[in-house]
Design a binder for this molecule. Structure first.
Ligand SMILES: NC(=O)c1ccc[n+]([C@@H]2O[C@H](COP(=O)([O-])OP(=O)(O)OC[C@H]3O[C@@H](n4cnc5c(N)ncnc54)[C@H](OP(=O)(O)O)[C@@H]3O)[C@@H](O)[C@H]2O)c1
Length: 327
């Protein structure tokens, strides 16, 4: 089969090669001897793959390896008892191996793809939307009618967080860096859109009548202090990532003074060994998709030959929604 491998650690331009490799067995590293085999129609591209081309991501498989954590496609075979079967359209999380014509996922990470979503949207469904649900509901304890502010709101996690927050009955405020990104955030469900280079903290306080309930932050850096200041009483800053490049330090007296919390939300490591939790989150995301709230925004589609361009779009801060490879 055709696949893209990371062969060196030179960054997107030098590290990638299109190769012919044997198709994988029906076995996944999380479920040895068992796995759902998927004919891949689209593969999701994310920040971790950019980091993997430089050996800077926590998951460091020996070279060469096929990257790609999630796919949309059609089931070729599935273990007995799996929720999906041969011929089903699925969204599947394979961790690695997704940039290829055939990939394998654990059965608890393969979900029926709603008819309303295409394969590209399937490849955009799991990493971002499961993270958004985990961060907002399970870690952030989001309640109906609360106000959520989302940083990086036109990005993959950001658009997913806006969709999930709306689906859970929240009011949403998006923070983006450019005019071009505003319509993307609106399409994803932002009630209000603020600019990251403007007085967003004061605007957010005013719009929310004194302070927001949750800030979901995939950006980090110097936004963290103003994020804390934008919270209302009992507000929660949910830390999801650091695309801004630096990890903020917070003096905890700020939390005491305003009765606020900082909460870490690391989806991957937490859910990998918890099949039932993945099924539960998958069911909730499926429900929100059926209700029309979850509808992944795919901002760019590339053929496998242009994987480097897909990675550079993300690295250059140019991506909106999800970037996918189409096979
Ligand atoms: N915790 C978890 O379990 C989990 C799960 C999935 C992903 N993540 C992490 O979440 C982060 C966001 O992922 P994503 O897929 O949403 O990425 P993305 O689509 O590229 O979006 C990231 C956003 O960050 C903002 N940003 C600010 N400074 C940036 C910079 N210097 N370079 C690039 N972007 C910058 C951009 O928004 P503006 O231009 O509007 O500021 C951009 O839209 C990543 O760090 C990823 O590793 C964490």
């Amino acid at each position: 089969m055709q696949a893209v491998q990371i062969t060196t650690l030179d960054g997107p331009d030098g590290a990638l090669q299109i190769v012919d490799v044997p198709e994988p067995e029906a076995s996944h590293m999380l479920t040895p001897g068992s796995g759902v085999v998927v004919d891949v129609r689209a593969a999701g591209v994310s920040f971790p793959e950019v980091l993997q081309t430089r050996g800077e991501y926590q998951l460091k498989p020996p070279l060469p390896f096929v990257p790609g954590s999630e796919v949309g496609g059609v089931v070729r075979s599935a273990p007995v008892g799996a929720a999906v079967g041969e011929g089903d359209r699925v969204a599947a999380f394979c961790m690695l191996g997704g940039f290829a014509e055939v990939a394998v996922a654990p059965e608890f990470f393969a979900f029926a793809l709603p008819d309303s979503l295409d394969f590209g949207q399937g490849a955009a469904l799991i990493l971002n939307h499961h993270t958004a649900y985990f961060a907002l509901k399970l870690r952030g304890r989001l309640l109906e009618d609360e106000t959520v502010l989302v940083h990086g709101a036109a990005g993959g996690v950001g658009t997913a967080a806006l969709q999930v927050a709306k689906g859970l009955g929240a009011r949403t405020i998006a923070v983006v860096s450019t005019d071009d990104k505003e319509p993307v955030a609106r399409e994803a469900g932002a009630d209000e859109v603020l600019r990251s280079d403007g007085p967003w903290k004061d605007q957010a306080k005013e719009l929310s009548g004194g302070g927001v309930d949750i800030v979901l932050d995939p950006v980090g850096g110097d936004r963290a202090i103003d994020s804390l200041r934008s919270l209302g009483e009992e507000g929660r800053l949910v830390v999801v990532g650091f695309t801004g490049g630096s990890i903020p330090e917070i003096k905890v007296n700020r939390l005491l003074l305003n009765n606020t919390e900082v909460i870490g939300a690391g989806w991957g490591a937490y859910v990998m060994g918890k099949p039932d939790l993945n099924r539960e989150i998958g069911a909730e995301i499926g429900r929100l998709a059926d209700e029309g709230f979850v509808k992944p925004i795919v901002g760019a589609r590339y053929p496998l030959e242009q994987t480097a361009d897909a990675l550079k779009l993300i690295e250059g801060r140019g991506a909106t929604g999800k970037v996918v490879l189409e096979l």
